[in-house]
Design a protein around this ligand. Structure first.
Ligand code: SF4
Length: 515
């Protein structure tokens, strides 16, 4: 550890005390010995270290099975990596692959005793799970169309990789108070979901010495979860080559000043709310005194981080297809079919977006008919137009230890009922989460459904859901607002249907759910 531990005198929560004993990234060093024991002999206090390897002990907790997340900076993989990700799903994940809202993939049922072999295979194809969870910088996200996007200011992939390289495996930043989420994007429709990240770089231009310079304005302190906050605009402009240094200073300030007494208050957003953005910016400038003041933001709207459908790239003659993956879950063999499609008609590449979908880029115009005719598009849509195509849902009570209610199992039938009844030119964004955490972005959905516990008249505890409406990241962002009432899963089609009916009845021409 090359930095001084300035917070050690503070009253630390249990996780913090543990982290002072052993660095989270040591989990990779510990694993070869650990897997020689039965999982039941692993002390529960060790479970937090698994997170640093992208692992969460899955329900039921005594079986030695894990949710495993693979980190994919910017959400871009090669077809060889895609082959391997499909293979993991087939060999260890009960045949399933889940796509996340941060351009990563995750699995369930990963067996404890196979972890070392699985990690060796992941490393061999140039990927890692290190830092996919834990109190560390998480997967750095990008515009899902970076480099091929007609609506981007410039290609952000090199910047994303440079920032990832600055933090990946870096033990100066492996003991943060909680997670740190970074978004880098120059799509003018806010494809990086800037305001819900701890640190967000958004497209901007600045006149410097009479020249218009392309770069980023900076937002800091956003995050979802039980107490969501929107990132606040700083008065900072950076060029792409300055981003890794800026990110390092922000993470360092968070590491040294973030709260470590209560995990519920440990995210950067709470420090920013207490200090104010001006004080945080002044602290940044103490270390980076030459930073420019903010430029002109080029953000004009919001895509919800999706890129669905068949569209031309900025490179003439090439197209990408954004494929809707309902509920973010597909079979490993279906995933393999997309990898094979990319291999045959694309350019050694697949991508993931921020709404649990995948993208195949670099399709030549001449190949579009063949791609559209591919057998896999009998199961998935390349022309998404339904509510299910634009919805997202988290893991929920099927596997997640924090969930109050089930999600993926009820999401598809719920939205199928609604799709049978309603048609929209631009379908509203519906999310379903199993608890108040932000894994499926409930707070910024047009209609957010959140799992809660409720009691029947007889006093029995049951799963129920509450509804919020009107979330968006348009115009700097607005969290959705809670409606009165609790609903069982059987009541949800009626309750959500009533909202959609009202929206359709009163929608003015060109009006979206939020505006
Ligand atoms: Fe689990 Fe809650 Fe996250 Fe859903 S939102 S995956 S229930 S922590």
């Amino acid at each position: 550890m090359s930095y001084s531990v300035t917070w050690a005198a503070e009253r630390l929560n249990k996780n913090e005390q543990n982290k002072l004993q052993e660095d989270g990234l040591d989990v990779f060093k510990d694993l070869p010995e650990l897997i020689k024991k039965p999982f039941s002999e692993i002390d529960k206090s060790y479970y937090m270290y698994f997170k640093y390897a992208g692992l969460t002990v899955q329900k039921p907790q005594d079986k030695g099975l894990f949710m495993m997340r693979v980190k994919i900076p910017g959400g871009v993989i090669t077809v060889a990596q895609g082959d391997h990700l499909a293979q993991i799903g087939r060999d260890y994940g009960h045949g399933d692959i889940d796509l996340t809202t941060r351009q990563a993939v995750q699995y369930h049922w990963i067996p404890f005793e196979k972890l070392v072999d699985i990690f060796a295979g992941i490393e061999a194809v140039g990927l890692t799970t290190a830092g996919a969870e834990g109190d560390i910088t998480r997967n750095v996200i990008d515009n899902p169309l970076a480099g091929i996007d007609p609506n981007e200011l410039f290609d952000t992939r090199p910047t994303v990789l440079a920032v990832n390289q600055r933090f990946q495996g870096n033990r100066d930043y492996s003991n943060l108070p909680r997670k740190m989420k970074i978004s880098i994007n120059t799509n003018i429709f806010n494809a990086g979901n800037a305001e819900i990240n701890d640190l967000a770089l958004i497209p901007a231009v600045k006149t410097i010495d009479g020249q218009a310079v392309q770069g980023f304005n900076v937002k800091i302190g956003g995050g979802l979860g039980m107490k969501p906050y929107l990132g606040l605009a700083s008065n900072i402009f950076v060029t792409a080559d300055q981003v890794p240094d800026l990110a390092e200073v922000v993470v360092q300030l968070y590491r040294d000043n973030g709260y470590r007494r209560s995990r519920g208050k440990a995210r950067l957003k709470f420090l920013i709310q207490d200090w104010g953005i001006a004080k945080f910016e002044a602290k940044i400038r103490e270390q980076l005194p030459d930073l420019q003041t903010a430029g002109q933001s080029l953000v004009k709207g919001w895509t919800n981080g999706t890129a669905l459908g068949l569209h031309p790239q900025k490179q003439a003659g090439y197209y990408y297809v954004g494929v809707s993956i309902p509920a973010g879950r597909l079979k490993a063999d279906q995933f393999q079919a997309f990898v094979d499609l990319a291999r045959q008609y694309g350019r050694d590449e697949l991508r993931f977006d921020h709404s649990q979908n995948l993208i195949i880029p670099w399709i030549k115009a001449v190949d579009l008919p063949a791609v559209k005719a591919a057998a896999i598009f009998k199961d998935f849509s390349y022309q998404p137009q339904k509510l299910i195509d634009f919805g997202t849902t988290c893991t929920g009570a099927e596997y997640c230890n924090l969930a109050n209610a089930h999600t993926k199992e009820i999401f598809k039938p719920l939205l199928a009922q609604l799709d049978a009844k309603f048609q929209f030119e631009q379908p509203p964004h519906i999310t379903l989460t199993g608890c108040g955490n932000g894994c499926a972005h409930r707070s910024i959905a047009d209609i957010g459904i959140e799992g809660i516990h409720a009691k029947t008249a007889a006093g029995d505890r049951v799963e129920a859901y509450k509804l919020s409406v009107g979330g968006s990241l348009l115009k700097g962002g607005h969290f959705n607002e809670l409606l009165k009432g609790k609903f069982t899963k059987d009541q949800l089609p009626g309750a959500v249907g009533a909202i959609l009916q009202d929206y359709q009845a009163h929608q003015a021409a060109g009006e979206t759910f939020y505006t």
